[in-house]
Design a protein around this ligand. Structure first.
Ligand SMILES: Nc1ncnc2c1ncn2[C@@H]1O[C@H](COP(=O)(O)OP(=O)(O)OP(=O)(O)O)[C@@H](O)[C@H]1O
Ligand SMILES: [Mg+2]
Length: 345
C-alpha cells in the first residue's frame, strides 16, 4: 500500500458536497499538490487529512494506520498555513521549541540543539533570541516551517502558505520549499490555486473541480495532455476552437476553411473541441504547411514575453512570443499552429 492511501473521501455540509469521493495514493517522499479554483474543496481535503474536519465517509491511511477518528495531535503531521499563527510575544526559540515542550521529555540542552539544527536548515542560523515581530515576512515563514519541522512529522501539509507574500518573496520561498523537500524528503501535500506553484513544486498534481478529482498525474503530463477543457484552461492558457473531424485525418475549424492534420492519439476522441496553447502559435513563420493569414488585434508587453491577440478566420487567438513587441494592432501577419490537440468540452 502507498504511504498515504485515501479512499473515497467525502465531505458534505448540508447540500454542499465539498469533497466528492476522492481517492488518492501518495508514495513516501512524494510532493503532491492539490490544485483547484476557490471553493473546489482543497482546504476541506487537507483539513480532513490533518484531523480538523470529520469526513462524511471514506478512509485515510498513513503509514499503514487509519487516521479517521484520531485527534490531530496523534497524527504526527506538520501544518503550514497562510496565517502563520506564530506567537508574536515569544522569541524565535520559544516559537520553534513550543511543540517539543508539549511532546517529548527533552532536556533544555537537547532542545537547544534540535532548535539550532532546524534553524540552520531553514537558513535562520543564530536567530534564537530574535523577536517574531521584528522579522521580515519571509523570515516569519521560515520560523513557521521550523516550528513544524522540529517535530519530525510523517507528513507535511501546506495550505496556500505563500499567498500573503509579495511576488518576489513568494518565488524565493517557493524555491526554498522545493530545496527543503529535496533535502529532507518528507512526504508533502501542498494546497494551492496557483498553477505555477503546483507545476514547479510537485511530483504529482491532483486537480480538483467542485469537489471532484479531475486529474492526478505528474505536472508535465497534465500540461501536455490536459484531456479536458477545464484542465487545459486552468493549467496554463489555451485557445479553444470548435472543429469538425474529416474522413482524411484532419480537423476543420467550424465556420472556417482552416484544416489541420489530426494527431493519431486524437483519432478516436469523441469530442469536437480543439485546444491550442499560446506558445504553440508561431507568428510569421517561414513558408510551409499549416500557415494561415491573420490580423494583430492587440499587443501587451509583459516584460520577458509579449502577448498578442491575432484574428485568424472567425477566431481570435492568444499567442505569446519572447521579447519586446514586434507587431502592432492592425498588422497583417501569418501564423502557424505548431501543436494542438482535442479535449473534452
Ligand atoms: N465549515 C463549513 N460549512 C459549510 N460549508 C463549508 C465549510 N467549509 C467549507 N465549506 C464549503 O465547501 C466548499 C469547499 O470549500 P474549501 O474551503 O475546501 O475550498 P478551497 O478549495 O479551499 O477554496 P479556497 O481556494 O477559496 O481556499 C465550498 O463550497 C465551501 O463554501
Ligand atoms: Mg482553501
Amino acid at each position: 500500500m502507498a504511504f498515504v492511501n485515501i479512499q473515497n473521501l467525502r465531505k458534505t455540509y448540508g447540500d454542499v458536497v465539498a469533497v466528492n469521493d476522492v481517492s488518492l495514493d501518495i508514495e513516501e517522499g512524494e510532493f503532491v499538490s492539490i490544485l483547484g479554483p476557490s471553493g473546489s474543496g482543497k482546504t476541506t481535503m487537507l483539513k480532513s487529512i490533518a484531523g480538523f474536519v470529520d469526513p462524511t465517509a471514506g478512509s485515510i491511511v498513513v503509514a499503514g494506520n487509519e487516521m479517521i477518528g484520531l485527534p490531530p495531535e496523534d497524527r504526527n503531521m506538520g501544518l503550514v498555513f497562510q496565517r502563520l499563527a506564530l506567537f508574536p510575544h515569544m522569541s524565535v526559540f520559544d516559537n520553534v521549541a513550543f511543540g517539543l515542550r508539549h511532546r517529548e521529555n527533552l532536556t533544555e540542552a537537547e532542545m537547544e540543539e534540535r532548535v539550532a539544527e532546524i534553524l540552520e536548515i531553514v537558513s535562520l542560523p543564530g536567530y534564537e533570541d530574535r523577536n517574531i515581530q521584528n522579522l521580515s515576512g519571509g523570515e516569519q515563514q521560515r520560523v513557521a516551517l521550523a516550528r513544524v519541522l522540529v517535530l519530525e512529522p510523517d507528513l507535511l501539509l501546506y495550505d496556500e502558505p505563500l499567498s500573503d507574500l509579495d511576488r518576489q518573496l513568494r518565488e524565493q520561498m517557493r524555491r526554498e520549499i522545493k530545496d527543503l523537500h529535496d533535502r529532507l524528503e518528507i512526504t508533502s501535500i501542498y494546497v494551492t490555486h496557483n498553477q505555477r506553484e503546483a507545476l514547479t513544486l510537485s511530483d504529482r498534481v491532483l486537480v480538483l473541480h467542485e469537489g471532484e478529482k479531475i486529474r492526478y498525474a505528474p505536472p508535465s503530463e497534465i500540461y501536455q495532455d490536459p484531456q479536458s477543457k477545464f484542465v487545459a484552461n486552468f493549467v496554463g492558457d489555451s485557445n479553444f476552437v470548435s472543429v469538425t473531424k474529416g474522413q482524411n485525418g484532419t480537423v476543420t475549424f467550424e465556420d472556417d476553411d482552416i484544416s489541420l492534420p489530426m494527431h493519431e492519439a486524437d483519432a478516436d476522441a469523441a469530442t469536437d473541441l480543439l485546444y491550442i496553447r499560446p506558445e504553440d502559435i508561431t507568428i510569421n513563420p517561414p513558408d510551409g504547411e499549416r500557415v494561415f493569414s491573420g490580423t494583430v488585434r492587440s499587443t501587451v508587453h509583459l516584460g520577458s514575453v509579449t502577448e498578442y491577440k491575432i484574428e485568424v478566420g472567425g477566431n481570435e487567438f492568444l499567442t505569446t512570443d519572447l521579447g519586446a513587441p514586434q507587431y502592432t494592432e492592425g498588422d497583417s501577419v501569418t501564423v502557424r499552429f505548431e501543436d494542438y490537440g482535442l479535449v473534452e468540452a
